[in-house]
Design a binder for this molecule. Structure first.
Ligand SMILES: [Fe+2]
Length: 249
């Protein structure tokens, strides 16, 4: 079973129970908490799921079926729902009492940790759905030059991304580090590990089993080859160009 499924089930309980402990008077119910929660908490964005891109039909030619994308999209919408639910629970707490915070267990800890998991699930999957559905091949222009500068060659880059994906338990990301101006393939074991500050991801490879098991069984390397053959380099180049503009800002 994917660990993220178990975490979502846990989060459902924690969001209601934890927030209720923090804000409700004795005798009040968790259901009442939900009813009293502001629909749009200040300072925390309320999210709306983006549609599943039709271009993802093109990955079928390489073995990643649209049926898999549709099931995957359902998981993504779950992250959107949970991110909003946690945002509302945090808003319901309002001004936290530091004396009630605890690093072993406390509602504020659980909400903050699981918010990073939920919002990571949203951003990771929006990236994944955006950079697939192309014809694969090779990048062009500034991104091609940047890949050569950071990895030595495109072949080195794909070998490194493939190895990183096989070595990871959830994600591999290609990101531009704004501090150093270099591209690097980062490993992630979950939706919220292991991001690096000031590194902007331009491509995301989902290696959770739900992304490929239905099409490739346990053959993750074959899935990654299909992923590479299905990349939309124009979308990745656009993300790289946007990241470079931040680098120069
Ligand atoms: Fe996923």
């Amino acid at each position: 079973m994917d660990s993220e499924v178990t975490r979502r089930q846990l989060l459902t309980q924690l969001t209601a129970a934890g927030a209720a402990l923090a804000v409700l008077p004795a005798g009040a119910s968790a259901a009442r908490l939900v009813a009293d929660t502001p629909a749009t908490p200040s300072m925390i964005p309320m999210l709306t799921a983006k549609p599943l891109p039709e271009k993802l039909h093109w990955t079928e030619a390489n073995g990643i079926t649209f049926k898999t994308h549709q099931a995957h999209y359902g998981l993504y919408k779950g992250y959107v729902t949970k991110a909003n639910e946690i945002a509302q629970a945090l808003a319901a707490i309002g001004k936290p009492d530091p004396a009630a915070a605890n690093q072993t267990y406390s509602p504020i800890r659980e909400l903050k940790v699981e918010y990073s998991f939920a919002i990571g699930g949203v951003k990771n999957h929006e990236l994944y759905f955006d950079i697939l559905g192309g014809q694969g091949g090779v990048p062009t222009g500034d991104l091609a030059a940047a890949i050569n500068a950071s990895f030595g060659s495109f072949e080195n880059y794909t070998a490194d991304l493939t190895a990183t994906g096989i070595a990871s338990r959830g994600w591999a990301w290609t990101a531009l580090d704004l501090d150093y101006g270099t591209l690097f393939n980062y490993a992630g074991d979950a939706q919220n590990t292991f991001p690096v500050w000031s590194a902007i991801p331009i491509a995301g490879l989902d290696v959770y089993e739900h992304a490929y098991y239905g099409d490739f069984s346990t053959a993750r390397a074959k899935y990654i080859a299909a992923f590479l053959a299905s990349l939309d380099w124009k979308a990745i180049e656009a993300r790289y160009d946007a990241a470079v503009r931040k680098l120069k800002a």
